[in-house]
Design a protein around this ligand. Structure first.
Ligand code: B1M
Length: 197
């Protein structure tokens, strides 16, 4: 963990592009996932890796969110119910803020009703749902259905993402779009909010 922080601080001091530091960390985390799947790493090591990445990302945060862009809209974001993975969602939130969006991050394990309440509160343009587990994917659909049932679905754009999500699933569950990564999420959010690229 200290090594990740030290290397990140050094890269920042060397004026390395923060996006490329972020991409390096993301690739390292993908390797952690591969090793976990191959039974070479276990949950405690995944936790250590996650903590290292979160703390290193905290150093990058001011560089990723620094913006003088005009307000682009308000996004309510969260990881869906049952799912505790938040590193990717946090990255998406940081880049959205950097692109001028106001982000209301509801955190992890967010019940559909919480998303509905946040949209009901008003002033929301987009809802951003993240899921990393195949077992929690259905909660994206449930969230969209509850927005519909509350009569709020037409008032917001809904974007979805996370490792097990794809374009087809997004269409099937009635989302407005899917993005593969955080940079793609910004492009998608701009498109859905009608902000020129
Ligand atoms: Co978990 N985990 N995990 N885990 N974990 C995965 C997801 C897994 C694929 C690992 C594996 O088997 N290879 C696997 C899921 C398998 C499946 O569902 N088929 C898995 C599992 C099984 C589990 C547990 C069940 C393990 C257990 O307890 N036995 C458990 C579940 C807990 C729960 O949520 N209820 C669990 C727990 C954990 C930790 C807590 C240890 C930790 C999370 C810590 C945290 O987030 N605070 C963890 C981690 C770190 C991982 C891996 C290794 C890395 C995830 C990550 O942070 N990646 C992951 C393996 C993997 O993904 N390869 C794995 C880095 C991050 C930058 O990428 O999150 O993909 P990602 O986000 C990307 C894109 O997906 C996209 O943009 C981001 C930036 O580019 N994106 C969006 C994400 N959200 C978006 C939203 C958008 C648009 C784009 O629009 C709204």
């Amino acid at each position: 963990r200290t090594a990740a922080i030290r290397i990140t601080a050094e890269a920042i001091a060397d004026a390395t592009d923060p996006r490329s530091i972020m991409d390096t960390m993301t690739a390292a985390m993908a390797e952690v996932g591969r090793r976990f799947q191959a039974n070479e790493l276990f949950v405690p090591e995944m936790l250590i890796s996650a903590r290292a990445m979160k703390e290193a990302l905290a150093l990058l945060r001011p560089r990723l969110v620094a913006t003088d862009v005009k307000p682009a809209g308000t996004v309510v974001a969260g990881t869906v119910k049952g799912d505790l993975h938040d590193i990717g969602k946090n990255l998406v939130c940081m880049l959205l803020e950097g692109a001028g969006f106001e982000v209301r991050d509801l955190g992890v394990d967010v019940a559909p009703e919480k998303f509905v309440d946040a949209v009901r509160g008003g002033g929301v343009n987009l809802v951003a749902l993240s899921a990393l587990l195949t077992t929690t994917l259905p909660n994206m659909k449930v969230t969209i259905e509850q927005l519909k049932a509350a009569g709020l679905r037409d008032k917001v754009g809904v974007m979805v993402g996370g490792a097990p999500v794809n374009d087809r699933l997004a269409t099937e569950i009635g989302a407005d779009g899917y993005a593969e990564d955080a940079a793609g999420a910004v492009a998608l959010a701009r498109r859905l909010a009608g902000v020129p690229a």
